[in-house]
Design a protein around this ligand. Structure first.
Ligand code: GTR
Length: 432
């Protein structure tokens, strides 16, 4: 008896250890980029409530399941973030009605996140097409190198914010130099966007939260702290949550700009900012369309698919991006109560476009496609056409259904081909 009581569980444990796949072979293990090694996995069903009941109608999705999934992502992945801050105000700091040779009106607007003169703030750069007859739809997207990096236009204010060093491009001592003007212009076909009738609004992501692990002392994080709070709670948001919050504050301004139709704002982001645009669009139903470019792990790509970056890897390389709770899943990805198809489903029924690049194995293009596909049942339940293909489309072919998908040749980047897909998608899906 005595023996059984103690030996029994040990034998059970040993059996369990042998029966379960070694953690080295799966999404908690090393990096895999070999399709033949991807083990089978089962995704959580977005249309089953936490209590196990099936979601069979739109009303149950909207009133019960959607809030459940949003809470699951807040609690376990991105963390909670507050609403708009008290005392927020907008200050137009420059305006030129004849920018870019008369093609555009360029505006710079400071979004002050509180009423203090030296408080946290974000500087928006906005180009509006001068040929417009009335308020225009807009793309809102954060940038990696300062507003002045998106175009060589010498009148854009050079950012003085903390920058990631990149001496060959002119980012030295964590500061942008004059050399960085237009440094990222290849990712921002401003003139083409304007000629197609869209405005473009952008802000430097580091204005909202500098992209390094500082224990959440800088950026907007102090604004988020509850009274008397000195340490971050395990479900408080990290940098991705903060950047997403900043996008909503950008939209707060755009809704007030007479040149822009606030009901037709598309949120777009690349890579870590693609993860951010998905979370921003999931959280804030005012975004009319949500676009993710090469967003990969923690963005559009399925966490359970063992291909490319993993939960463990991203939480180790970037400990400040997600909430603390997410780290609990480093080696237990299959225990996550969500996967990223459910993030896409949170956008439903609004149009969402997932864009990949063929050589971007780190971001797992197939995992991005399958995640879009995994959101399809929710989109269909809500009366849309969902994602109308069963298999990855060929390169450079935009699947232009309510869930859109596009993959182009080449590497992890944003190119004019990507922008053409964004605009074709927006032309079709923005409310008229
Ligand atoms: C990588 C990271 C990716 C992606 C990318 C980026 O190093 O592993 O998840 O976010 O950075 O944002 O450029």
């Amino acid at each position: 008896m005595v023996l059984n009581r103690f030996v029994g569980p040990l034998v059970g444990l040993a059996l369990l250890m042998f029966a379960s796949p070694s953690p080295a072979q799966g999404p908690g293990g090393p990096i895999n980029q070999d399709e033949s090694k991807v083990p089978p996995y089962t995704l959580p069903d977005p249309l089953v409530l936490n209590n196990g009941e099936k979601v069979g109608d739109a009303e149950t999705w909207t009133s019960k399941r959607r809030p459940e999934i949003e809470t699951l992502f807040e609690t376990h992945v991105y963390g909670k973030m507050p609403g708009p801050p008290e005392g927020m105000r907008f200050e137009v700091t420059s305006e030129d009605k004849q920018a870019l040779g008369g093609l555009a009106t360029r505006k710079e607007v400071t979004v002050h996140f509180n009423d203090k003169a030296d408080g946290p703030r974000m500087n928006l750069l906005i180009y509006l097409p001068n040929q417009a007859k009335g308020p225009v739809p807009a793309f809102l997207a954060l940038n990696f190198g300062g507003n002045h990096s998106i175009h060589p236009d010498p009148e854009i204010t050079l950012s003085r914010a903390w920058m990631r060093d990149n001496p060959s491009k002119g980012y030295v001592n964590h500061q942008a130099t004059e050399q960085t003007r237009g440094a990222s212009a290849s990712r921002w076909p401003v003139e083409t966007i304007l000629k197609r009738g869209y405005a473009l609004a952008t802000a430097y992501y580091g204005d909202i939260d500098p992209d390094y692990d500082d224990g959440f002392q800088n950026g907007v994080h102090p604004l988020f702290a509850k009274a008397g709070q000195t340490q971050r709670d395990d479900d408080d948001c990290g940098s991705i949550g903060a950047w997403a919050w900043g996008l909503s504050r950008g939209l707060d301004y755009l809704e007030n700009d007479l040149g822009i139709d606030g009901k037709r704002v598309v949120v777009m982001g690349h890579s870590r900012l693609g993860k951010t645009s998905l979370w921003a669009g999931a959280r804030d139903p005012r975004f009319a369309i949500v676009i993710s470019n090469d967003s990969g792990e923690g963005g559009a790509a399925l966490a359970r698919r063992w291909f490319g970056e993993t939960v463990r890897k991203i939480n180790t390389s970037f400990p400040h991006w997600f909430c603390t709770n997410y780290k609990q899943f480093n080696d237990r990805v299959n225990d996550l109560p969500v996967d990223q198809h459910m993030l896409i489903a949170l956008v439903a029924p609004r149009p969402v476009l997932v864009c990949s690049a063929e050589e971007d194995h780190w971001a797992d293009p197939l995992g991005e496609f399958l995640s879009a596909k995994g959101a399809d049942p929710v989109y269909r339940l809500l009366g849309t056409d969902g994602l109308v293909v069963q298999k990855m489309p060929p390169l450079n072919h935009l699947v232009n259904s309510t869930i859109g998908y596009h993959i182009r040749p080449g590497k992890h980047d944003v190119t004019p081909i990507d922008w053409a897909a964004y605009m074709d998608f927006a032309d079709k899906h923005l409310p008229k």
